[in-house]
Ligand binder design. Structure first.
Ligand code: ADP
Ligand code: ASP
Ligand code: MG
Length: 418
């Protein structure tokens, strides 16, 4: 069972969580619980680091930001004990949860689960702070923002759990962010592949890496709400959204429990920034000269367009990077201006990426063209396009994000009937 930040925000909410955990244990299950820091706490801690030292050392940043989850894991253990349950917390270094050394974006390598399993078998509810781990040189690491989802899936895989229930502040995975589109529909099931793609293009209900790990390890994941009343159905009845394999999805469709959909979901991402390099030489090697230094600095480039060549053998190159890496990317490119040979760098952080995802696209034409038409009918200009087998993304002006998501939700027939 994993509980996110909103579910853990304050002692009153932690008591609700403890009741949900107690009810699950009362069904005769051995339970491990992974918790997030209280909502807003990690942001607060990140700001302290920035204030202390704008060029902070990621290893010390991890020491600071991992503390939010230490607090909530202890508080949940205390609350469970107050309800008469046996409960024990296990910090990342105590298990330990081994990760690679990449501070602030570490990846779980393995979990020593023996002590954990022994404690669960002895009837204790194990409470584990999400987001944190331990590097080979015994320093605290964190798994990147939203990383408690990945902690939960990793723990579930390590203890061979029957299911990993991700409790959050919405009751499942919707066709789009239900906070933006009131008519978004809850999905009974979504395939791993679609969820992976949706998460990677901005549907933050699950951290992308958690979905990849669940897919690789075959962990059964359910997304459901922790804001439930007394008479709510138990998690075992699967009231939320199940992440399923393609085969399971086919079965659900055959049984008439799911409709075969062309588009499963729409996501948006406002965290990218656009860079345009003007008058780059139009010859072999020019683009490699731009992207090699960015790759060497671990800056992820997402959308790329090389505009049609101008005269005199020159062209403009446009691409996106995470907003948080924009200043670094700009500095790196400026340093190599001579080598790359461009005229100007133009940057823009006021962009958004809107993506439409669905496995149905593999076998159906026309999904892209209806996207472009629906946006143009509302006067929304497309600045760049990128696609994968099951996804189409467009870059637009940030101010038009909500409008674009709503328009596409309607255009693909996803609006819930009231
Ligand atoms: P937690 O703190 O529990 O980890 P998050 O805030 O990380 O919760 O994720 C839950 C949020 O994800 C929801 O409140 C919702 O606004 C957002 N969200 C974005 N896309 C979707 C979607 N397709 N379905 C459900 N929720 C979504
Ligand atoms: N507390 C961390 C964050 O806010 C991890 C998480 O909640 O998943 O990013
Ligand atoms: Mg989250």
């Amino acid at each position: 069972m994993k509980f996110g930040g909103t579910s853990m925000a304050g002692t009153e909410r932690i008591r609700r969580v403890a009741n949900i955990v107690r009810a699950q244990a009362a069904r005769g299950d051995q339970v491990a619980v992974v918790v997030s820091a209280m909502a807003g706490e990690t942001d607060r801690l990140v700001n302290f680091c920035r204030e202390a030292n704008p060029l902070y050392d990621p290893a010390e940043y991890d020491v600071v930001v991992a503390s939010g989850e230490q607090v909530t894991s202890g508080l949940l253990a205390l609350t469970l004990q107050a309800l008469g349950c046996k409960a024990r917390s296990w910090l990342g270094w105590q298990l330990p949860i081994h990760t690679i050394e990449a501070h602030a974006k570490a990846r779980v390598e393995s979990i020593d689960s023996d002590a954990l399993i022994a404690s669960m078998e002895a009837g204790e509810i194990a409470v584990i702070p999400g987001f944190q781990g331990l590097s080979a040189d015994n320093r605290v690491t964190t798994l990147g923002r939203g990383g408690s989802d990945t902690s939960a899936v990793a723990v579930a895989a390590a203890i061979k759990a029957d299911r990993c229930d991700i409790y959050t502040d919405v009751d499942g995975v919707y066709t789009t962010d239900p906070r933006i589109v009131a008519k978004a529909k809850k999905q009974k099931a979504v395939t791993y592949e679609e969820m992976l793609e949706l998460a990677s293009v901005g549907a933050k209900v699950l951290q992308t890496r958690s979905v990849g790990l669940a897919m690789k390890e075959g962990v059964r994941v359910q997304v459901l709400s922790s804001f439930i009343g007394e008479g709510a159905p138990p998690a075992d009845d699967l009231p939320g959204t199940m992440i399923v394999s393609d085969e399971e999805m086919d079965e659900l469709v055959e049984k008439g429990l799911m409709e075969r959909q062309l588009v499963t979901g729409i996501a948006h991402d406002k965290n990218e920034a656009k860079i345009i390099l003007t008058r780059v030489p139009d010859r072999p090697g020019a683009v490699a000269n731009i992207f090699e230094p960015l790759a060497a600095a671990s800056i992820n480039v997402d959308m790329i367009i090389q505009n049609v060549g101008r005269d005199k053998g020159e062209t403009d190159v446009t691409f996106t990077v995470p907003q948080s890496d924009l200043a670094r990317a700009q500095a790196l490119l400026e340093d190599r201006r001579g080598e790359i040979g461009f005229n100007r760098i133009i940057t823009d952080s006021k962009i958004a990426k809107i993506s439409v995802v669905g496995v149905g696209m593999k076998s159906h034409a026309g999904v892209a063209s209806s996207m472009f038409r629906a946006l143009s009918d509302r006067g929304i200009n497309i600045q760049a396009i990128s696609t994968s087998e099951i996804k189409i993304s467009v870059m637009i002006d940030e101010d038009e994000t909500e409008l674009a998501v709503r328009v596409l939700h309607t255009a693909y027939g996803l609006d819930a009937q009231d």
